[in-house]
Design a protein around this ligand. Structure first.
Ligand code: HEM
Length: 336
């Protein structure tokens, strides 16, 4: 009898341990879906409405908001550090790695509305992640829950952004920069596929077209670009043209779909880091797995996997709970 009681107790203990593990997994550390459901019940609806309005007046802001989450989360974690402005070009956002970053004023606009309704409650770091989630859905991508409960950092350093991935990084560097943030090479491929929407400035491909290092110390064009595509790119981006913008997903710019994988597979990646995904067997396999038209029906399922990867990226280095390191900013571009 005693043995039976002990085994029941052991079973209960192990099942509650299992439950604890499960709930820890579901709540992503101390983040949780619906964190503001009591403290600011309209928080997510307010962000969604601001993003919807911004996208209606300027659709290019939607991809910009998706990119903004990447740039916030990869520097010091998802803590709103990229939103801080001012300070004689010493803020993180002034780093060249953030070149062309837009959508910060959309976050400021959402924050102003949230402060009017629930002062001091919703963090800027959470607004960035919610806005990116909504932007994905409004460009035709998946709709998904994101856990919230992040606090904002009290730090923004120019040099912290040096570690951001770069268009010139090779596949090994890209992999290690993602690994440093707890993300796998599958995440690298999935998240780079956010380039299914949006554009790049010619600035980012100038070197790929005209100044690419070749054997023997020469420079020229990246030899992996098929000749016809190279002429096309050169016609769009003349030497020294930094500002013209072109689709990152050739032929499918406005649509959230898997064509970016086929473009990468067929040599039509526009920026170097996307092309690099086809330079290592492990990432080639991931690109190929999502490229086939049949994967839409039989998996792997890009939309679901992309959403999961966004949630994982949104969990990088978060400040949560009673941790004194963070605050909830009143204005996203300024420390309290
Ligand atoms: C793997 C490393 C990555 C590199 C080197 C990279 C680089 C770039 C570059 C150079 C641009 C063009 C920026 C401009 O001219 O305005 C861009 C745009 C974009 N990136 Fe990435 N990116 C990377 C990963 C990501 C990730 C992880 C996401 C989000 C999940 C993302 C989302 C976007 C989006 C949506 C755009 C279009 C922005 C717009 O149209 O304004 N990127 N990226």
């Amino acid at each position: 009898m005693a043995t039976r009681r002990r085994s029941i107790a052991a079973a209960l203990a192990s099942s509650s341990f299992f439950f604890l593990l499960l709930s820890a997994g579901l709540s992503h550390g101390q983040l949780q879906v619906g964190f503001y459901s009591q403290s600011c019940p309209n928080a997510e609806a307010i962000v969604a409405s601001v993003v919807r309005q911004a996208g209606a007046s300027n659709p290019t802001l939607l991809p910009a908001l998706i990119r903004l989450q990447f740039h916030d989360c990869f520097v010091r974690g998802c803590d709103g550090s990229v939103l801080i402005k001012g300070g004689n070009n010493k803020a993180e956002v002034d780093n060249n790695k953030h070149q062309g970053l837009r959508g910060l004023d959309v976050i400021d606009g959402a924050k102003a509305q949230l402060e009017a309704q629930c002062p001091g409650v919703v963090s800027c770091a959470d607004i960035v992640v919610l806005a990116a989630r909504d932007a994905v859905a409004f460009t035709g991508g998946p709709s998904f829950d994101v856990p919230t409960g992040r606090r904002d950092s009290k730090v923004s350093n120019l040099r912290d952004a040096d570690s951001l991935p770069d268009v010139k990084d090779g596949i090994d560097v890209l992999r290690s920069k993602f690994a440093a943030n707890g993300l796998s090479e599958k995440d690298l491929v999935l998240l780079s596929a956010a380039h299914t929407v949006g554009t790049t400035a010619c600035f980012f491909i100038q070197d790929r077209l005209y100044n690419f290092p070749l054997p023997g110390g020469a420079v020229g064009s990246d030899p992996t670009i098929p000749p016809g595509f190279l002429s096309e790119l050169k016609a769009r981006c003349a030497p020294g043209d930094f500002n013209t913008r072109l689709s990152l997903d050739r032929g499918s710019e406005g649509v959230f779909d898997t064509s970016i994988f086929r473009n990468i597979r067929n040599g039509f990646a526009v920026i170097g880091s996307d092309a690099a995904l086809y330079n290592a067997t492990s990432t080639v396999d991931v690109v190929d797995s999502y490229s086939g038209l049949l994967s839409t029906f039989f998996g792997p399922y890009f939309r679901q996997d992309f959403a999961d990867a966004m949630v994982r990226m949104g969990s990088i280095g978060v400040i949560t709970g009673k941790n004194n390191n963070g605050e909830v900013r009143k204005v996203c571009s300024k420390f309290n």
